[in-house]
Design a binder for this molecule. Structure first.
Ligand code: NDP
Length: 482
């Protein structure tokens, strides 16, 4: 099979990197190299900045309705190509194809459509000073902005960033993860088909050090919207500290799941299993620390183990597969290392714990069993560090107060879920949990208008709805005296 050669999207054209250098792109389910990704460099970046700056004056003054029309055409094209894109995402990432179709590709189109509509409804504030003056706020696009996205939800998070940036009139240089570049490449082709003007979106592929860091540090980039690990977020903050750029950082999570004895048992077991193991546990929002009220601990844990053991693990391209491969060999090794660490720390593996050897096409794939670990205290590394894989822990708690204390005992603060039928308790906990998102009797239920983001090491700034439109614009107050 010949390798697919991915290209950068630069100034409206699909181009090879200036260096002529490529990186291997592996299919996680087979371990085989199936594509080559450009390793972009400063020369490509300079061209992209020039193209984006050149297109900014006309794109930023294009009426919002017309920008929305182009974006809606892009969303249409994603929907028309959903099977092809879902297959590409499943091959590139290792996720089950049905998940790719129903979550990733569905949401990619929804992201673009949402911000296309939002920009036609966007308005700004006015503050009257009685009998003295009137203030109004102008919100102008920033210029050329950078959008950097990770590998776990490749096209979903890529579009979540570029859609608001483009909708408000910025021009964009985007860098998808080098580990999962394929759908951003296919998306570049769709941009050309949709008639997105040249230079409005530029996609540069390559590694974080080679192109991600130079992109964030480039003096003519006005803002950086980044989703990825907390350590990388810190590097970006440090590297841009003297440049006064706008930064939006969506970082890691170690999310608590609080299960009370009065929960709706069957539904909670199903949803807690989904929240721990969807996308092989590789979602920043996955609930990896599961706290269960003492009275329910044994029964709930047994049911959770039984539920997880029913998951159909297999070839991501099989429509029946519910649980696919981890994204890379390096990531699989990291996850297996954490399972070993958990046992050294005194944990007991209740289910899973091993690499999984499938047969046939997937014999060399990066599969790890969904793993549940008990018997660890909250302070250990397994419970404090982000594993970002199919590994969760269970711990009992005695009362509401202890549950909150355990949940908040983390450097992360992205999301939490609470499972209880006591509405008063749910409100109390929602207020006390130190996370940017609290789900009550649900998980990953998303309304795109709501603020999205984390506290503490999980990031700074919020995405979603008006928050994103505000991030990608500069507010200017105009004060007119009567
Ligand atoms: P990384 O931080 O390793 O990478 C994220 C992106 O940043 C990639 O495109 C990467 O490039 C790039 N990058 C790496 N180093 C730099 C740098 N110095 N400067 C600029 N860009 C750089 O994260 P992962 O890709 O491993 O993604 C997993 C992480 O993302 C987890 O911690 C997860 O929790 C978090 N995440 C957070 C979400 C949120 O909304 N809060 C959502 C999804 C994931 P490359 O990989 O090509 O080297």
């Amino acid at each position: 099979m010949s390798l697919i050669t991915i290209k950068n999207y630069l100034g409206g054209q699909l181009l090879a990197p200036e260096s002529g250098t490529y990186l291997d792109d592996h299919e996680p389910a087979t371990g085989q190299v199936y594509a080559r990704t450009p390793q972009s460099s400063a020369a490509d970046l300079d061209q992209a900045v020039a193209a984006a700056e050149q297109s900014f004056p006309s794109w930023s003054t294009t009426p919002a309705e017309q920008r929305a029309q182009v974006l809606n055409r892009l969303a249409d094209l994603i929907e028309q190509n959903q099977d092809r894109l879902a297959r590409a995402e499943a091959i590139d990432n290792g996720k089950p194809i049905t998940l790719a179709k129903n979550v990733d590709i569905y949401r990619a189109a929804a992201n673009i459509r949402f911000f296309a509509q939002a920009i036609t409804q966007f308005s700004s504030e006015s503050h009257a000073m009685e009998n003295v003056a009137i203030n109004y706020t102008l919100r102008d696009p920033l210029g050329v902005v950078a959008c950097i996205s990770p590998w776990n939800l490749p096209l979903y998070l890529f579009t979540w960033k570029i859609a608001p940036a483009l909708a408000v009139g910025n021009t964009v240089i985007a860098k998808p993860s080098e580990i999962t570049p394929m759908t951003a490449y296919l998306f570049s082709e769709l941009c050309i088909e949709a008639g997105l003007p040249a230079g409005v979106l530029n996609v540069l592929h390559g590694t974080g050090p080679a192109i991600g860091a130079p992109l964030t540090e480039h003096p003519r980039i006005k803002a950086v919207s980044f989703t990825g690990g907390s350590a990388t977020g810190t590097l970006i903050k440090q590297a841009t500290a003297s440049q006064h750029k706008k930064l939006s950082l969506e970082l890691g999570g170690k999310n608590p799941t609080l299960v009370f004895a009065d929960c709706d048992f069957d539904r909670t077991v199903d949803e807690v299993a989904r929240s721990a193991f969807a996308n092989q546990g590789q979602i920043c929002l996955c609930g990896s620390r599961i706290y269960i009220e003492n009275d329910l601990y044994e029964r709930f844990t047994a049911a959770l183990v039984a539920r997880v053991e029913q998951l159909k693990i297999g070839d991501p391209l099989d429509e029946d597969t519910q649980f696919g491969a981890l994204v890379s060999q390096a990531h699989m090794d990291k996850v297996l290392g954490y399972i070993e660490l958990a046992q050294q720390e005194g944990g007991t593996v209740l289910t899973g714990g091993q690499r999984l050897q499938l047969s046939g096409r997937c014999a060399d794939g990066y599969f790890v069993q969904p793993t549940i670990i008990a018997g660890l205290d909250n302070a250990c590394r397994t419970n404090q560090e982000e594993i970002f894989g199919p590994v969760c822990t269970v711990q009992p708690f005695s009362d509401e107060q202890q549950a909150v204390a355990l949940a908040n005992d983390s450097e992360y603060g992205l999301a939490a879920s609470v499972w209880s039928q006591d509405i008063g308790r749910c409100h109390r906990l929602a207020k006390q949990l130190n996370t940017g998102i609290v789900w009550v009797n649900c998980w990953l239920l998303r309304d795109l208008r709501t603020p999205f983001g984390g506290m503490k090491a999980s990031g700074s700034g919020r995405e979603g709805g008006l928050e994103a439109l505000r991030f990608f614009t500069e507010a200017k107050n105009v004060c007119i005296k009567y």
